[in-house]
Each structure stands twice: as C-alpha cells, then as structure tokens.
Design a protein around this ligand. Sequence first.
Ligand SMILES: *Cc1c(COP(=O)(O)O)cnc(C)c1O
Length: 359
Amino acid sequence: MGRVYNFSAGPATMPEEVLQQAAAEMMDYHGSGMSVMEMSHRSKVFQDIIDEAEKDIRTLMEIPDNYKVLFIQGGGNVQFAMVPMNLMKNRVADYIVTGNWAKKAMQEAQIFGEAKAVASSADKNFTYIPDCSDLPIDDNADYVYICMNNTIYGTVFHTLPNTKGKTLVADISSCFLAEPLDVTKFGILWGGVQKNVGPAGMAIAIVRDDLIGETLPGTPTMLKYSTYSEHGSLYNTPPCWNIYICGLVFKWLLKNGGLKERKRINEKKAAILYDYLDQSRLFHSTVRKEDRSLMNVPFVTGDKDIDAKFVAEAAEAGFVNLKGHRTVGGMRASIFNAMPVEGVQKLVEFMKEFEAREA
Ligand SMILES: *Cc1c(COP(=O)(O)O)cnc(C)c1O
C-alpha cells in the first residue's frame, strides 16, 4: 500500500515535501557528513537549524520581540504543569473548561493552588464554546486559561474570553499555525507540536518576557521558562531532530503563502466537509455551527454499528484513523495543515457513496 489519507488527531499527517526533504537529508545534512540525529547540539550546524526555526516561526506568527520562543521537551502535558509553576504567584487561576485537555490542565494546576472552572460546556458534552464575555474572574487570578481548539470535541474559540485584565494563557496544540493569530492578546501561547507541526514529544511556548523569572518554590530547573529563555532552549540536549523537522514545516508554510493562505485553504477544506455533513441524511456534525473547528471535525450517524462499518470500510479505501474519540463516539476527521484539499474531497466522495448504500 502507498500513502494513505491519515485523519489522525495526533501524531498526525505531515507534509509529504517535508518527509521527502528529511529523507533526502538523512545521511548527510548540508555537507556535514551526518544526520541531524547524530550531530552535537553545540555545533554551528545545529545552532543554525534552531536559529532558523525560531526566525521562521517569528515571521509566520508575527511574534513581537518582547515574546520568547521556547522549544521544550515533554509535549502538552508538561505545559499543564509549567504554566502554574511559572505563573501562579497568588496560587489562584481561572480555567475555562471546554473539553478534556482544559480539564486536565486545570487538574494539574490544582496541585499548586486554587484552580477553578469559571465556565464550562460539560453540560452538553463540550459541543459548544460557552459565552465568555462576563465571567466571574477572581481578582487574585494569576491568569485565565483556555484550550483554544478542542481536538476531541471539534470546537474552537472564535472570540477570546474577556479576562478582565488578567493574563490569557492558551493551549494552541491543535490549531498551531492553522491561521493568523494576534500574539499580543496572550501572555503565553503554547502548543504540543504533534498535531500540526512536527514529531511528538515537544511543545513550543511563546511567552511574554515579563512573565518569565519568578517561579513557585521547588520548581525544578527544567520546568522553569527562564531556563529555556536564558539558554536559547539549549540548557540541556534539546530534541534536535524534532526542532529540525518543525523548522522544515515552517519553511513549507512560508513557501506556500504563510498563515493567511493557510487559513484560506483550511477554510476551504472545512467547508467541503461541513457543507456535506449539513445536508447528509446519514451523517451529522456534533458541534454547534458557530463554534466549529477548522481542524477537527467529529461526526456521527447515530447508529454505532453503521459508524463502525463506515470506519472499517473507509480504512479499507485508504482513509485511515477516522474513529472518533471514545467520549464522543462516531467519527472524527482531523484535517490539519498537511491534509491536502484533495484528501477531504475524496473522503466526502467516499461518504456520499456510503450514504447512498446505507441511508
Ligand atoms: C494532544 C493535545 C494535548 C496533549 O499533548 P501531549 O503531548 O500528548 O501531552 C494537549 N492539548 C491539546 C489541545 C491536544 O490536542
């Protein structure tokens, strides 16, 4: 079998050009006579890789100079802990709970202080984003936390919450580089890279510099943002290969029109799928229209057996990883940056054909 259309929510599909380039550079990176996997992180050749990656993500996201870009081992769950350890000076934080990832982040913060849900969409199994225009934000809150795009439930914040002047922290793991974002609205933006950027096991944190410095007593060196900012993310041996691949993805995005163009393509892909779902007699979207994600599209038939049959037949036809998360059921198509328009078109053709047989 050749390559499939991979709708996995993460680790997720990568741009083919990037995979090919990594393969071409595998044995001898730029005349170094070795793979990036084999080179010293203290070498000039690797320093150029990490510098270039930082420069390119700054260009893509228009990151202002007073924000640091930090490459941090450990992925998303480590950021759940790093955020409170670095920001929770008053030991108070307000969380907006729009799904599993926000809830897990809140529970981690509860290890360190009083982290509470000031809004939630749990009442309707997280199928919408709650109104966040006038929340009971605590006067002592060190920050307000959101999960911007809810990977499991397929919702996204189209409007940012009114934090009443408090620092906004956002997990952007599953919408990282999917469209332009105004970085200045946030104190910290962080994303695990395995959804939309690169190989699993690393997060990129974009942190406003006045938030870096003080940490809770007992914070280990590797969990302080200052350790990364003071050493250019090279305090210890970083995930070199990971940083290199993310850098290739940044170049791929820049070459293909940057984030404005990416948004246009992502909107086009999402519209193909949602337009079909909204008129289908068999499949329907589980998410309130105004809160739908561009990246993760859950859908169901309402019949578990037909869902299972669809997932199995789709996989047979080369559309893989369409099974929904166990808490939603049905299906989920993750259509991240690297999923071509053609992949979504072909999936919808397959769904139409299945519907004609089953409905
Ligand atoms: C996948 C995901 C995480 C968890 O990331 P890990 O790297 O597995 O810890 C956190 N937040 C969101 C939004 C995710 O999609």
